[in-house]
Ligand binder design. Structure first.
Ligand SMILES: *Cc1c(COP(=O)(O)O)cnc(C)c1O
Length: 421
């Protein structure tokens, strides 16, 4: 049995072959130790937006290391964090006024939950419920696991997870049921916040719902004085076709979490943006009303400099145009699968495309994911299906030809797995 010194994330070492070593990255590709070029069709777990090692971001990192390393962020400020905060407020949905830094998507959500609870606590209003959506995913810390879908991934930690109220996923035609349920929860007067992934539930299986549902949920929070926390950790930075998914619903959440694409995927960094009202609820000469949160590496200047460079890329390069082209390529490629009985639930939003392999449920279902992953790797593709859900979320630099190869592989792998070749 392979007792790896390094304990890899989400990896069953007893079942996986030893990891291949990646020796370099470039654009849409990873290069491994055997000289093999692997197309990164899932943007290295959704973080790489423009492509690996965008020159401007690499340059910004090199330059920042001439002047900075980590600086305590409780007593001091620094240029990269200030420039980034200003830039984030400019590009975020109108009405978000303050930026709190942390280091990962999970911590950005933890911060959001604490902001929401702190807001009501400091106001002296008793609200203790968090509402989430079925199939949601918000991270792997105890707090964010509590808010995510329960299952085999967190069964061992169940005793420590706190209770939340769950909304049924708004399947097409069932949207009103979800809205009504939320309204019922809110009538208790105890709902502090709705925490939700806007328009796409990522790790829960790339489940997509309409912009109108999000707008409806926001309207209900307003009517009941609850807060809306948009977890844009995956959806941010153009993934759904707009810089932030909330734009498509024409809403400004009270709190917005961003991480994955914030530095273009180059360095770990996260930010939680909030309205003036939430900041002001913590603004007091009474020290007990302080927002008590920090991590050692808050607002790392080098990571902030990378994110500033990312913002500059959005300003100076036709990023949205690339995204639109990529969305169009997905649409064309998906067409060949419409009416194909090997697949179900073909769907797309912006740069994300997903389809489900039509397999019987049960043990077989659990095995098809790893099997397909292996077959994709043999074809020099990094694609990690979520169970029977195959999805592509490539970096925006991917070409029509490269994407076409990925779709050809899906076609071929589906037939192999279903035993049709
Ligand atoms: C990935 C993800 C997170 C967690 O981010 P990490 O950086 O892995 O901690 C939270 N929310 C959503 C929607 C995500 O996709």
């Amino acid at each position: 049995m392979n007792r790896s010194t390094i304990w890899h994330p989400f990896t069953q070492h007893a079942l996986e072959p030893p990891m291949r070593r990646i020796v370099s990255t470039e654009g849409a590709y990873l290069f491994d130790e055997d000289g093999k070029r692997i197309l990164d069709a899932i943007s290295s777990w959704w973080v790489i937006t423009h492509g690996h090692r965008h020159p401007a971001i690499m340059e910004a990192i090199r330059t920042a290391t001439e002047t900075y390393d980590q600086i305590i962020f409780a007593e001091f400020s620094h240029g990269p964090a200030e420039k980034l905060a200003k830039g984030l407020i400019e590009v975020a949905p109108a009405g978000l006024r303050h930026v709190f830094y942390s280091d990962s998507g999970s911590t950005s959500v933890e911060v959001a939950l604490k902001m929401a609870l702190g807001y009501f606590h400091n106001w002296g209003e008793f609200r203790d419920r968090i509402v989430v959506m079925e199939h949601g995913y918000h991270g792997d810390t105890i707090g964010t696991m509590s808010t995510g879908e329960r299952g085999v991934f967190n069964a061992a930690y169940e005793p420590l997870l706190f209770g939340v109220d769950r909304l049924a996923f708004p399947e097409a035609g069932q949207e009103q049921r979800t809205l009504d349920r939320f309204e019922t929860f809110c009538r208790s007067g105890r709902v502090a916040a709705l925490l939700i992934e806007p328009l796409v539930l990522g790790a829960g299986g790339m489940k997509m719902y309409g912009a109108g549902v999000l707008a409806g949920l926001k309207e209900i929070t307003e009517r009941h004085g609850s807060l809306l926390i948009a977890d844009e950790v995956m959806t941010g930075w153009g993934r759904t076709g707009t810089m932030f998914a909330c734009e498509q619903s024409n809403i400004t959440p009270d709190i917005l979490c961003t991480s994955k694409g914030l530095t273009g995927g180059a360095l770990p960094l996260a930010a939680t943006l909030c309205t003036g009202a939430i900041f002001d609820a913590h603004l007091s000469t009474d020290r007990r009303k302080t927002f008590f949160h920090s991590s050692s590496y808050t607002a790392n200047p080098i990571a902030c400099a990378a994110a500033v460079a990312n913002l500059e890329i959005w300003r100076s390069e036709p990023v949205l145009e690339r995204i639109e082209n990529l969305a169009g390529l997905h649409r064309q490629n998906l067409e060949r699968f419409h009416g194909d009985r090997r697949f179900a639930a073909i769907r797309q939003i912006g740069t994300i495309a997903a389809l489900e392999l039509a397999v019987p449920a049960g043990g077989y279902l659990a095995e098809v994911g790893p099997r397909m992953r292996q077959l994709f790797r043999e074809r020099a593709l990094l694609i990690r299906p979520l169970g029977n859900v195959i999805y592509l979320m490539p970096p925006y630099c991917v070409t029509a030809e490269e994407l076409g190869c990925a779709y050809d592989a899906i076609d071929e792998v589906a037939s192999i797995v279903l035993g049709k070749v």
